[in-house]
Design a protein around this ligand. Structure first.
Ligand SMILES: [Zn+2]
Length: 474
């Protein structure tokens, strides 16, 4: 909006009646009109050609073949036949865990991590990600500063610390930080001091921890509901948190209008979580077909990181050599798991989930986009891997993030191009339904690739978040 116009309209408003105030307000809107674009709407396996998309303030106002009427000072962007699509969504990240574990304790404090989170945030946005869901870590400050416009980055849905039982997947205390008995248990480990994770046992403690996270502004709650690979004391087959504890956390989240996400792998743990109403299963790739069907029927989501089952994981320099045979064996055993999830009808969201050094995290995100097209393509139902992954990056992830209800920071639906949706928009040179590499910079490998922050994705030519343009190379 031009300043001189604003002044005139403001003085007009001062003497206007209530009725004319409401009509005058539409004239205040900032408008951007994209002409001559082919639209991927996030839900259908096709492009709608030659359209005009009008953005007003933070939302998409109209989509039409005919050029719509606009304000005199609207910005017009000639899309020149490029693909207009929703901004990308990463359903599971850890923006604050941005150093290798071994470097954090001796060398860094929370301010190092905070400063680096601003760099990670910018890298996400410049790769076309306009929303991310943070699944553990104190991402509240970086979310606030992005919202305030101090720094640039995606819209963040923070969980706060992940909540874990003693000896659970979030118990990163040293072996001798605890004594042999329950006394002394309240002493915080480094991970708890940094706000990455919180250990809470029993219904009163898990309720208090859930409410502490909500008090900070968590948009959902993340719990550790089963064992994992990166932790110290919990074999992957273990089930974590009792029914009483799990259900108490879910009730407290529901009372805040939101939901619980669980780090989880096995049938037993997923079924317990479902009994209590947990909505999203993070990782979740060792479940049976029947369990995926139950998850689908009950409206849940599975959020797997498929690099965990990829040959590239073997090239991860941080992976202990003695774990390589097990990784190879699991990758072979679960090579069909992506297609099994789709066969069962369960909704799948994209996640990159890499923690540690920033550039490796960026590389894993780009690699994950490509690797998923392999894991979710083909099979007996001949899935179109590109389309499945594009939905996971847009409309399905957007539907999942909407589970935050009144805690959802987006002004309208995300992950879709439709009237009334949030104006999170990419203009891409090429058709990602045919060539996924137009949105991942051509990465087919992980560690061998150049640093993404020095290697912008040239085919993503325009990035808009909530109606504001952050990149434009058209
Ligand atoms: Zn994670």
């Amino acid at each position: 909006m031009k300043r001189s116009n604003l002044k005139i309209k403001l003085s007009a408003l001062a003497i206007a009646s209530v009725v004319s105030i409401s009509t005058s307000f539409s004239a205040f809107a900032e408008q951007t009109l994209f002409t001559n674009v082919n639209v991927f709407n996030g839900t259908e396996n096709k492009l709608y050609n030659n359209l005009n998309v009008l953005v007003e303030d933070k939302l998409i106002k109209s989509i039409s073949s005919a050029k719509p009427a606009t304000e005199d000072d609207a910005t017009v962007i000639d899309g020149a036949g490029k693909t207009l699509m929703p901004g990308l969504i990463d359903g599971h990240v850890h923006i604050m865990i941005n150093s290798n574990y071994d470097d954090i304790i001796p060398y860094e404090d929370p301010y190092d991590l905070g400063i680096k989170s601003a760099i990670v945030a910018k890298d996400f946005l410049m790769d076309g990600f306009t929303s991310i869901r943070d699944m553990g870590g104190p991402a509240f400050a970086v979310a606030r500063q992005i919202k305030n416009g101090t720094i640039i980055g995606p819209r963040i849905y923070p969980s706060g610390s992940f909540i874990s039982q003693t000896s659970g997947h979030g118990d990163f205390r040293g072996r001798f930080d605890l004594g042999w008995s329950v006394r002394g248990q309240q002493d915080l480990g480094v991970w708890e001091k940094l706000g990455f994770g919180s250990i809470a046992d029993g219904v009163p403690e898990v309720l208090e921890q859930t409410r502490i996270n909500l008090r900070h502004g968590a948009t959902q709650i993340k719990i550790m509901a089963g064992g994992g690979g990166s932790s110290k004391y919990d074999p992957i087959d273990t089930t974590q948190y009792s029914v009483e504890e799990t259900c108490a956390i879910v009730e407290a989240a529901k009372d805040w209008g939101t939901y619980v996400a669980a780090h989880i792998f096995t049938d037993r743990a997923i079924n317990r979580a479902l009994d209590c109403g947990v909505k999203t299963m993070e990782h979740g790739f060792f479940a049976s077909f029947e369990t995926y069907q139950r998850l689908a029927k009950e409206g849940g989501f599975v959020v797997p990181q498929m690099w965990g089952l990829s040959p590239e994981l073997m090239n991860n320099p941080l992976m202990p050599k003695d774990k390589l045979p097990l990784i190879a064996q699991l990758a072979e055993m679960y090579k069909d798991v992506g297609r099994t999830m789709l066969d069962a009808g369960v909704k799948v969201s994209f996640m990159s989930d890499w923690v540690g050094e920033i550039e490796n995290s960026n590389r894993s995100r780009r690699y994950e986009i490509y690797w998923r097209t392999v894991m979710f393509g083909g099979g007996k139902n001949n899935y179109d891997g590109n389309f499945e992954v594009l939905k996971q990056l847009t409309s399905i992830a957007g539907e999942m993030l909407a589970l935050s209800g009144p805690r959802n920071p987006a002004p309208g639906p995300i992950g879709v191009i439709e009237v009334g949706a949030t104006a999170d928009i990419l203009l891409v040179d090429g058709n990602p339904l045919e060539d996924i590499h137009v949105i991942n910079g051509g990465y087919k490998e992980w560690y061998s690739q150049p640093a993404p922050s020095e290697n912008p994705i040239e085919t993503i030519q325009l990035i808009m978040k909530e109606g504001k343009v952050y990149k434009n190379t058209l």
